[in-house]
Design a protein around this ligand. Structure first.
Ligand code: NOJ
Length: 757
């Protein structure tokens, strides 16, 4: 049997490498016919003026450039009609008829918008996450695209950073599993089929480590921290077969990622074996002039030599590489290499067989925003929501009596989609008011009142968050008038549902915040509502962890709905009324205050750890704040309650490559059927380098009926004990280990064992 498996694996890999060789030789044949200018043209990725612009430069004279072979790909446009027109220019007019590749920021859906990625990660449901990417691929290929600038796999430990919303939170293991699921979803089994597309893993690398959470800021990190905590999700995406990578804006060890040879060649290609191509981020080549490592010609030559293949928007490659070649600053072999990788990607996508393979004018009507896609988005959104508090079992709500529905995000379609929705149309989204009305029909009354603006800080804040269009409209009534109307509604009701939080563009790119509370105008509303003494249910719309100490103390319940996407209101109603019992668990720690940031569960112990009791001097703590987060990583409640037995180990003394099984009995002790994310953590208390207090090493999402018990087992191998040592070698060291299984990173059952070599 083992022999048969080995043969099968050998045949599979021989086939993969044969296919790759075949593609390479075909690409080489084309390369042999190309002029230097045409080769450099393939390295040029540009955005026509009407695309989604995320920088100050926009490409010009696009049509002529395409016709003369100076463009390898376009991004920012979609629809079969537009893409056919553009592809015609390349295929019919350029000398060698080389097709272009078409990319877009398809981040959490194309037109059917799924929850923001941070929200989806809270589902811990790999099947649903993969399905979301698969639907995104189906919709965007129906719109002529074949390249998604996703998944974004940057680990983030700082909620001030707006782009924490675009990733999967703080944990490398969970982040890696999600990265793989996304790549599988986009690329499917056959990259050349017309409903799959190439993934682009971003932002390589460490972009989430920006100092002070300030966008585009410097990153400075030890190698051991990179290898252990920040790099694994990129590697996981690569292992899943991702076809392309995008370099990040930040520097690493003093060299911007876009020209960092260690990163793009030594690590990515030599150590990890990446075979695809690397594109820069938006003008990140040119921006290295500001970083201070040379003029445009110098930084461009450095980026090519470092291993960058494609230049997004800035055209440094187009305008300086010929000169650099003449001056001996780059070699023809380096230009050929980059061009070859791009041609290979086009072969993989099947574009040389049929440049119009993704262009079918009949597809959008049947493949985009279909009932099935919307149903999947609704389901994903419900699974993403996290119940942060539920006193006196106020949720699920009964469909009777009177509900005061208040808050600036309650009757609001605009902000349901969240950040990064190039093709998403907010008019297609369902507001919370609409969703609730639909769910209750005539069985309960609703009194709606806006209650406040998203923010009253019109001078600065609003102008910035509305920079991409109106996301937060200002009601001209005074705050007092709006609040008193909402309080009157509350006084006439049995329960208040307040939909509050952030507008779509308060998170995402270039949306860092120094204060991550709910904006003051909405806090004033919440305080007035709490004074009525009516049960107060907060439905939070947010793109990041927020500081919610007051809300946690005064609200009766808090449901974190993130930015739920197109089906927002329906999914919120599904959860509020118990059609779906919430099962989401946060994947980024919620701090009590900004001063605790960066705060994350897998921190080190320090030499003077604080055990949380008393006010000892000379311990690792604060004078004015607890060390504890408000909600720890992995936290989330259910309408039912789960009980964990102690952990049972198959053995407590192991040797070599033996395997361990750790088991708990999980009981649904409440009244509702529900899903629980059972989390496995391991502590390595003594090692040659300092280790985190615990690290996530596994999880299972299980459904239990009310009253049901199930044994949940995890197989543990030495792989889960291993870590990067001072030589950056992945090793495991013998000795004592602690296995924890529990409902979140802070509440676990633990058992000790010894594992020797
Ligand atoms: C800049 C962003 O950093 C990146 O995520 C995105 O893919 C590009 N702009 C293209 O829009």
């Amino acid at each position: 049997m083992k022999k048969l498996l080995t043969v099968a694996i050998f045949v599979f890999f021989s086939f993969v490498s044969f296919a790759q060789n075949d593609i390479t030789s075909k690409a080489k044949a084309i390369l042999a016919k190309m002029t230097l200018e045409e080769k450099i043209g393939q390295l040029n990725l540009i955005i026509p003026g009407d695309g989604a612009v995320t920088g100050s430069v926009v490409s010009s004279n696009v049509e002529n450039k395409i016709k003369t072979g100076k463009v390898g790909g376009l991004f920012g446009i979609y629809t079969p009609e537009k893409i056919r027109k553009a592809q015609d220019l390349a295929v019919k007019y350029s000398r060698l008829h080389i097709p272009m590749i078409f990319g877009l920021d398809v981040i959490h859906g194309h037109k059917t918008i799924f929850p923001i990625p941070l929200g989806m990660s809270a589902s811990w449901d790999m099947g649903l996450i993969e399905q979301s990417a698969q639907i995104a691929a189906k919709e965007s290929t129906a719109d002529g695209l074949n390249w998604a600038f996703s998944p974004m796999v940057d680990i983030a430990r700082d909620a001030r950073w707006g782009r924490i919303s675009e990733g999967s939170g703080e944990d490398p293991y969970l982040g890696g599993e999600i990265a793989k699921a996304m790549v599988r979803g986009y690329q499917g089994k056959d990259l050349s089929s017309n409903n799959t597309m190439m993934a682009c893993v971003k932002h390589f690398a460490l972009y989430g480590g920006a100092e002070a959470g300030r966008e585009y800021n410097t990153v400075d990190m030890s190698r051991i921290k990179m290898y252990e905590y920040y790099l694994p999700p990129y590697k996981a995406a690569l292992d899943a077969g991702a076809g392309s990578f995008m370099s990040s804006f930040n520097e690493i060890d003093g060299v911007p990622a876009t020209a960092n040879k260690w990163l793009l060649t030594d690590l990515l290609r030599k150590q990890w074996g990446f075979k695809g191509f690397v594109v820069s981020d938006y003008t990140s080549v040119n921006e290295m002039v500001n970083h201070g490592i040379g003029d445009l010609q110098t930084v461009t030559a450095r980026s090519l030599k470092a291993g960058l293949d494609m230049d997004m928007v800035g055209e440094g490659m187009l305008t300086t590489l010929q000169k650099s070649l003449t001056e001996g600053k780059v070699s023809l072999a380096e230009i050929d290499q980059a061009c070859l990788r791009i041609l290979e990607a086009k072969f993989k996508l099947g574009l040389f067989d049929d440049p119009y393979r993704y262009i079918d004018e009949a597809r959008p009507a049947k493949d985009i925003l279909s009932t099935d896609n919307r149903t999947a988005a609704r389901n994903m959104a419900a699974h993403s929501m996290v119940l942060l508090k539920n006193d006196k079992q106020v949720l699920p709500l009964k469909k009777s009596g009177t509900i005061a529905l208040v808050g600036p995000l309650a009757d609001n379609r605009r902000n349901m989609l969240g950040t990064w929705v190039v093709a998403g149309d907010w008019k297609q989204s369902v507001s919370v008011l609409e969703g609730i009305k639909q769910a209750i029909g005539n069985s309960a009354n609703i009194i709606y009142s806006k209650g406040s603006n998203i923010t009253d800080d019109t001078a600065l804040f609003l102008k910035r968050v509305n920079a991409l269009g109106v996301e937060a409209e200002i009601d001209s009534r005074s705050p007092e008038v709006m609040i008193s109307e909402a309080v009157a509604a509350a006084n006439k009701s049995d329960v208040i549902v307040a939909v509050v939080g952030e507008s779509a563009n308060m998170s995402g790119e270039a949306a860092s915040r120094a204060d991550i509370g709910i904006p003051a105008s909405q806090q004033a509303l919440l305080k007035a509502l709490a004074k009525t003494g009516k049960p107060l249910v907060i439905v939070l719309i947010n793109g990041r962890p927020l500081t919610l100490v007051w809300e946690n103390e005064h609200a009766t319940a808090i449901l974190d709905a993130w930015a739920p996407g197109t089906e927002a209101g329906n999914a919120v109603a599904d959860v509020l009324f118990g059609k779906y019992n919430p099962s989401g668990k946060i994947t980024a720690t919620f701090p009590r205050s900004v001063g605790q940031i960066p705060i994350y569960y897998n921190h080190k112990n320090t030499g003077r750890p604080f055990d949380g009791t008393g006010f000892p001097k000379y311990k690792s703590n604060y004078l004015d704040e607890s060390n504890e987060p408000l909600y720890p990583f992995g936290y989330g409640l259910s309408y039912t309650s789960f009980e964990y037995s102690p952990v049972m180990l198959s053995k407590t003394k192991l040797k070599g490559e033996e395997k361990l099984t750790a088991t708990v009995t999980l009981t649904n002790a409440g009244k509702y059927a529900g899903e629980e994310v059972v989390q496995l953590y391991i502590t390595d208390p003594v090692a040659s380098v300092t280790r985190a207090v615990k690290d996530l090493k596994g999880f299972q999402k299980v459904l239990l009926q009310a009253g049901e018990s199930k044994e949940i087992s995890f197989r543990i191998t030495t792989e889960q004990l291993s870590f990067f040592n001072s030589d950056l070698k992945k090793v495991w060291e013998p000795g004592k280990f602690i296995v924890h299984i529990g409902t979140n990173s802070s509440h676990v059952q633990s058992a000790e064992l010894e594992w020797n070599k």
